[in-house]
Every structure is written in structure tokens, then in C-alpha cells.
Design a protein around this ligand. Structure first.
Ligand SMILES: Cc1ncc(COP(=O)(O)OP(=O)(O)O)c(N)n1
Ligand SMILES: Cc1ncsc1CCOP(=O)(O)O
Ligand SMILES: [Mg+2]
Length: 570
């Protein structure tokens, strides 16, 4: 009896999947036959049971009813790199990074290294003809979106790669100019440099040198500070790549991992917390592969770089205590998201607490006063360096709010900045915003969590340690706390002062952003309260009730970044 029920469940499943392959007009035939008793026969090739009469009908009907083939384009990165027998870097890191970012990855192997956590014991370089053959195999057949390069150990390999890229153009090229392994062993000699500089870099959308590689690319110019990194990024940009990301992870005397991105017009300084761990082997390969994966999915360069940096920071933090190998530098775990050990995964997914640095909160009254649309105001704020935006449109009609939210989402995402909606979960759901900000009288965060997709950000306003404790239990990602100073933006708002803010921060594990009356003259005093989970300031009038939003945002961004750096140095 039990067996019979099991069998029929399997058959129903099979029939349903078979139905998906058929043109719609054959579905009714299939289901009619399912009800009759003699509907199964064996397919001679696959030995699978399939509906008998339907097979005959499909054969008779071939000319008009071709089998429907469901087509789904899979984002695809091709990595052209060396194999690391230890599995931490090279091709192996690239495969894991792309898999973790849900992107398909094909591989062209340029060299095989004998390598472990101690160092590189041997390198066998592939003949350039065979690299060319691998490139042709993949590029002539598969729909590759982005090519990412790692170890290119001979000038001939650089040459055949450039020839292949000209023959089979792709959407983007990410060049990680790998020259030295993390253990200090040389992986590409000076003979490769000319080809890299003259042939490959002009084809690249982005090149990602660390400070040592930037220095080598520039013929030995020292790169020792953030301002050296900016100068180096500009000079490397002159070699032809559209974007240059100089990675400052090895900068001396820096408690943060600061990278500089130059896009030919302006600089973006991207800051991530330095994770104290030995397990950093493969971070360069992984970062470049994540950037490639995000570009393959359609992100902008800035968005891709931000997402990749956040991925690395989270992976390093998750893996900081794992032990693989006996050497000085171990690999890390790319698949932290599969292991729900840390916190529940939604708390980590999309949210980067560093994004709270300069939180721009809009106000419809102020935009009306200055004759600006919501999207123009938001554009100016993100151009000026706002790191997260909240639409707080208390008087907007639903449709107007939704249209504005959609437009703002496009703008924010093109700068890699998350967009949250104040109060209105319906608007957040309808425009697929990155999350919501909720007050004490809004929907409780744990209920909002059940409505929003996993990974969407939830912020909660709190004035007291008890409210902060509840926000943590409810699964909030961050707390907005204030008014720190008196404000006219929010009626009847109780001021908690610097002391109230500090007390709340100390009582919570969650990242906190301070709000209420914050402006250039007091931002330093707020950030100086000396608690690690105070991540930034949220501001309405000091940005949106001013003549030039972009200038005010730039100014405040500089002040708050300086305050954070100083806090870290202290
Ligand atoms: C970042 C941030 N913090 C606090 C608030 C205030 O939210 P709430 O208490 O719900 O008040 P309204 O903004 O809805 O008036 C906020 N909006 N953002
Ligand atoms: C929304 C909100 N919540 C607490 S204070 C405040 C208003 C902040 O506005 P401003 O930055 O203009 O003081
Ligand atoms: Mg509210």
C-alpha cells in the first residue's frame, strides 16, 4: 500500500517535468492519458517510462509541434590562471568564488604549481599553443560573459590570450596582474610585463593590482600611502584599462583595508575592516573573480567592487580561526553562506555595517522647498559620497512614492549604494528596495522579516537599551539612534544626547547609526564617543535643506571618514 502511493508520487513528478518540455497545446492530451491506465511505455534510449500515446502524437505532429527547450542564460566567467595544488588561490579560488556568487566558471590553465601554505615548490608553465587551444575550446563554444585573468607566466601566453580576446570579444575583461604569490614567490617574470602593459591592459575593463604589483607595473615607483595609491591608479589608467583598483591591504600602519578605485574621472576610496587572521591566501584571486562574477550578472564596476570587497571581508571573518596546512598563510572558506553557524544568514547577506558611514535620509518638504525631485536629490547625495540612502517621504502619494523609489533604486545601484524605504514595507516590496527602516510604532522588525525576502536590510529606531535588545532579538541589521541633538525635522522628538547614544551603543551588539541634528560642526563629537559599533551618522537637513546637496555630502563624508580613521588609529 505504502509502496503504491510512493510510486504514484514519483510518476506525478515525472509527468509534471515531462509536461514542462512540451508545447502548451499538448498538455491536455498528456493529462487525459495520465488518467487512463495504459499510458506508460519505455523510451528505448533512456529506459525511462514516458506516456505512450503522447509519444505517438508528438511523432505525428513533429512538423508543427517542436519540443520546447527551456532556455536560461547562465552568467559565465572564464578564468585564465594557474592551478594552485593547495586549493587556496589560482584556478581553484576562482572556481569557488564564482560558485559562491552563483556564476558558472570555465577554466583555461596557464601553469600548474606545486604549492601549499608554506610556499611555491614548483611551477610548470603550459605551452602557449595549448593555452590557445583551451581558449578556443571554451570561447568558440560557450557563451562567456567575462574573462578574468590571473597568473600569465609567459609573454607567449599573454599574446595568445590577447589574440583570442580579439577573435572572441566578451562583455568585460578583469585583469588581476598576478606577479608574486602571497608567500613572496615570483609567479611571472619581467618579460611578461611589456605584453601586460602594452597589449592586455588596453583591453581591460578593470585591473586590480596590490601596492607591490602597482609599483612593478610602474617600473618600481614606490607605493606606500593612500595618496601614492591614487597617483599610481591614475598612471596605470594611462596604460589603457577603463578602471584601476589599487588594493591597499598591504599598506603599512593601516588598521583598515583601503582600496582606491579610479574610473578615469574620479576616485572612490573603499574601506573595509581588516580581519586579523593568517587565512588570507587567495584573497586577490577571489576578489578579482567576485568582481568578474558580479559584472557577468550585470552590475556596474563600482557595485561589483563593493560586493566583492564585502564578500572577502565576510569570508575572512568567518574563516579567521580555521586551520589548513602548517605554513604562514592559510586558505579561507568561500562557502560561509552555506553554513548557518555564525548568525542566521540573513543578517550577513547583503548588509555591510560600513555602509552606515554617511546615511542620507530624504525629506519631501525640503525637496519641495528647494524645487527638487526626490531622484535629483538622491543623485546629488550619492554623487557626493552618501554610503546608504533612505527615502523618508512622509507626504508622498503611494504611486508617486513608488515611481520615485524605482528611479532612486536605479541611481543608487549604479553607485553600489543600498536604498532603504522609511516606514512603507509595501513600497519596499513593490520596488524591490534593499530594505526598510522602521520606528517603534511601525511594524515590528520580526514581522517585517517574514514579509521581506532573505537578505533585505531592516533598520530599527531605538532610544533605549531595552529597545536595542528587542531589535537584536527581532533580527534587525542595525539601529538608528537619536535624536542625538535637537532637530526640527521630526516633530516632538525626544533628544537622547551624546550620553544616551553611548549608553545605547554599549548595550547592543548591533551596528548603530546616530541621527538627529547632526551637521559638520558636531559630527566629530558624535563619532568620538569611542564605541566600536557606532558606524556613522544619518542626516536629513544638513544635506537636503542646503543649496548644494553634493557639496554638503562631500564635506560631511570627508569629516566622518576622518573621524572614523582617527578612531581606528586611537
Ligand atoms: C537611520 C534612521 N534612524 C532613525 C530614524 C527614525 O525613524 P522613526 O523613529 O520611524 O521616525 P520617522 O523617520 O519615521 O519619522 C530614521 N528614519 N532613520
Ligand atoms: C528622523 C529622525 N529620527 C530621529 S531625529 C530625526 C530627524 C533627523 O533630521 P535632521 O538630520 O535634519 O536633524
Ligand atoms: Mg517610522
Amino acid at each position: 500500500m505504502v509502496r503504491k502511493r510512493k510510486t504514484s508520487a514519483i510518476l506525478v513528478k515525472k509527468i509534471m517535468s515531462y509536461a514542462q518540455l512540451l508545447p502548451a497545446h499538448l498538455h491536455s492530451q498528456l493529462f487525459k492519458q495520465v488518467r487512463s491506465s495504459s499510458f506508460l511505455c519505455q523510451n528505448s534510449k533512456t529506459n525511462q517510462n514516458i506516456p505512450r500515446r503522447l509519444v505517438l502524437n508528438v511523432q505525428a505532429d513533429r512538423s508543427s509541434a517542436t519540443m520546447q527547450k527551456p532556455e536560461m542564460k547562465v552568467p559565465h566567467v572564464l578564468t585564465v590562471a594557474g592551478s594552485d595544488s593547495g586549493g587556496g588561490a589560482g584556478i581553484q579560488a576562482d572556481l569557488k568564488a564564482c560558485a559562491a556568487r552563483q556564476v558558472y566558471c570555465s577554466t583555461v590553465v596557464t601553469a600548474v604549481t606545486a604549492q601549499n601554505t608554506v610556499g611555491v615548490q614548483g611551477v610548470d608553465i603550459m605551452p602557449e599553443d595549448f593555452v590557445a587551444e583551451q581558449l578556443k575550446s571554451v570561447l568558440s563554444d560557450m557563451d562567456v560573459d567575462v574573462v578574468k585573468t590571473g597568473m600569465l607566466p609567459s609573454p607567449g601566453i599573454v599574446r595568445v590570450l590577447c589574440q583570442s580576446l580579439r577573435e572572441f570579444p566578451v562583455k568585460a575583461l578583469v585583469v588581476d596582474p598576478v606577479m608574486v604569490s602571497t608567500s613572496g614567490d615570483a609567479l611571472a617574470g619581467p618579460s611578461v610585463l611589456d605584453g601586460l602593459r602594452e597589449e592586455l591592459l588596453p583591453l581591460a575593463n578593470i585591473v586590480t593590482p596590490n601596492i607591490k604589483e602597482a609599483s612593478v607595473l610602474l617600473g618600481g615607483v614606490p607605493v606606500r600611502s593612500v595618496s601614492d595609491m591614487r597617483a599610481a591608479a591614475k598612471l596605470i589608467h594611462d596604460m589603457g584599462p577603463r578602471n584601476v583598483l589599487v588594493k591597499g591591504g598591504d599598506l603599512p600602519n593601516s588598521s583598515d583595508a583601503i582600496d582606491v578605485l579610479f574610473d578615469g574621472e574620479g576616485f572612490h576610496e573603499l574601506c573595509a575592516s581588516r580581519v586579523n587572521t593568517r587565512n588570507t591566501h587567495g584573497t586577490g584571486c577571489t576578489l578579482a573573480s567576485c568582481i568578474a562574477a558580479e559584472l557577468a550578472k550585470g552590475s556596474s564596476v563600482l557595485e561589483a567592487v563593493r560586493a566583492a570587497k564585502h564578500f572577502i571581508e565576510t569570508a575572512l571573518d568567518y574563516s579567521k580561526d580555521i586551520v589548513i596546512g602548517n605554513g604562514a598563510q592559510g586558505p579561507f572558506d568561500h562557502f560561509f553562506a552555506l553554513k548557518k553557524v555564525h548568525q542566521s544568514s540573513y543578517r550577513q547577506d547583503k548588509f555591510n555595517p560600513n555602509d552606515l558611514l554617511l546615511y542620507a535620509v530624504t525629506d519631501s518638504g525640503m525637496n519641495r522647498k528647494w524645487g527638487r525631485s526626490i531622484s535629483d536629490a538622491v543623485k546629488a547625495a550619492v554623487e557626493g559620497g552618501a554610503t546608504i540612502v533612505q527615502l523618508r517621504e512622509k507626504h508622498a502619494e503611494t504611486r508617486e512614492f513608488l515611481d520615485a523609489a524605482k528611479a532612486c533604486l536605479k541611481i543608487c545601484h549604479s553607485y553600489g549604494v543600498p536604498l532603504l524605504i522609511n516606514d512603507r514595507i509595501d513600497i519596499a516590496l513593490a520596488c524591490n528596495a534593499d530594505g526598510v527602516h522602521l520606528g517603534q510604532s511601525d511594524m515590528p522588525a520580526h514581522v517585517a522579516r517574514t514579509l521581506l525576502a532573505p537578505g533585505k536590510i531592516i533598520g530599527v529606531s531605538c532610544k533605549t537599551p531595552e529597545q536595542a535588545q528587542q531589535a537584536w532579538i527581532d533580527g534587525a541589521h542595525y539601529i538608528g539612534s537619536g535624536g542625538v541633538y535637537p532637530t526640527t525635522t521630526k516633530e516632538d522628538n525626544i533628544t537622547i544626547g551624546i550620553d544616551g547614544l553611548k549608553e545605547l551603543c554599549l548595550a547592543s551588539k548591533l551596528p548603530v547609526v546616530a541621527i538627529g541634528g547632526i551637521k559638520p560642526s558636531n559630527v566629530r563629537a558624535v563619532m568620538e564617543i569611542g564605541v566600536p559599533n557606532l558606524k556613522g551618522v544619518a542626516v536629513v537637513s544638513a544635506l537636503f535643506d542646503r543649496e548644494c546637496i553634493k557639496t554638503e555630502t562631500e564635506n560631511l563624508h570627508t569629516l566622518v571618514s576622518e573621524a572614523v580613521l582617527q578612531k581606528k588609529r586611537a
